[in-house]
Design a protein around this ligand. Structure first.
Ligand SMILES: NC(=O)c1ccc[n+]([C@@H]2O[C@H](COP(=O)([O-])OP(=O)(O)OC[C@H]3O[C@@H](n4cnc5c(N)ncnc54)[C@H](O)[C@@H]3O)[C@@H](O)[C@H]2O)c1
Length: 243
């Protein structure tokens, strides 16, 4: 069964925002959280009257993740989709990281998805209900990154995906999307110029990767059309760094 009520983290901007619109267009109910309160307000205004719920929450906080999931599960016990989309990329070399920043990058990109996936599965599995989780990794997690922390956590997201696919089988499918350079996102604005040019040079296909195109792949993985996939990595990268 395709997911009908879907949690999307980081819905205020970029891929998350495009995905929220896409899922609403498909007639699904969407619950999103983000730290960007103004962005959530404009998202809610844009989709006024549609089945969208927004929460200001920081997924790097265990307390926030629990409070968010408490609210979601109380209001939407039928929830059957989770997209761990929110991510943090600082675009800096490893020697510029202090311990607090390392913890923050791990918190947003790894701990949040772990906590949310666990609560989601803990809700569905005892009832033997079907569902789908989609995680957002990156080409950086496959071939490395000029930001070593980002390359590390995105490789971790791929490992988390495959491992949770085993943990949550046979009821919850868990898959991962690995995008290349997505233009018109806050993250793309932070990529150093030389790396931006390298990514563009590596792409086999012409045209830019828009947030909507990555949202298409996420929507596919939430739908029945991907019913045979779990533990799978799908790329949205214009063929950059074939691997
Ligand atoms: N933009 C790219 O080029 C690119 C490439 C590969 C992978 N990705 C990955 O794709 C996903 C989406 O990226 P994007 O480009 O749309 O990013 P973005 O920065 O445009 O949007 C991310 C959203 O997540 C929110 N967010 C950040 N930290 C949060 C937190 N702690 N709690 C809740 N919300 C938080 C932000 O406020 C923002 O609305 C991320 O996981 C990212 O790492 C992006």
């Amino acid at each position: 069964m395709s997911a009908h009520t879907v949690i999307v983290t980081g819905g205020a901007g970029g891929v998350g925002r495009a995905l929220v619109g896409r899922l609403l267009d498909e007639g699904r109910t969407v619950v999103t959280c983000d730290i960007d309160e103004a962005g959530l307000k404009s998202l809610a205004d844009e989709h006024d009257g549609r089945p969208l719920e927004t929460h200001v929450r920081d997924i790097a906080s265990h307390e926030d993740c629990d409070a968010f999931m408490d609210a979601v599960l109380a209001a939407h016990p039928d929830v059957d989709g989770l997209v761990n989309n929110a991510g943090l990329y600082l675009g800096q070399p490893v020697w510029e990281y202090d311990d607090e920043t390392i913890d923050r990058v791990i918190g947003v990109n790894i701990k949040g998805p772990v906590w949310l996936s666990r609560r989601f599965a803990g809700h569905l599995l005892p009832a033997e209900r079907r569902g789908a989780i989609v995680n957002l990794a990156s080409v950086a997690g496959e071939v490395g990154s000029s930001d070593a922390l980002y390359g590390t956590v995105k490789a971790g997201v791929i490992g988390l995906t495959k491992s949770n696919a085993m943990n949550f089988a046979p009821y919850i499918r868990v898959n991962v999307v690995s995008p290349g350079l997505i233009v018109r996102t806050a993250i793309a604005d932070r990529i150093p110029d030389y790396r931006y040019a390298e990514y563009k040079r590596q792409e086999l296909l012409d045209g830019d990767i828009l947030p909507e195109y990555v949202a298409d792949v996420c929507a596919y993985l939430l739908s029945d059309r991907s019913r045979t996939l779990t533990g799978a990595l799908l790329r949205a990268d214009n063929g950059c760094y074939p691997r």
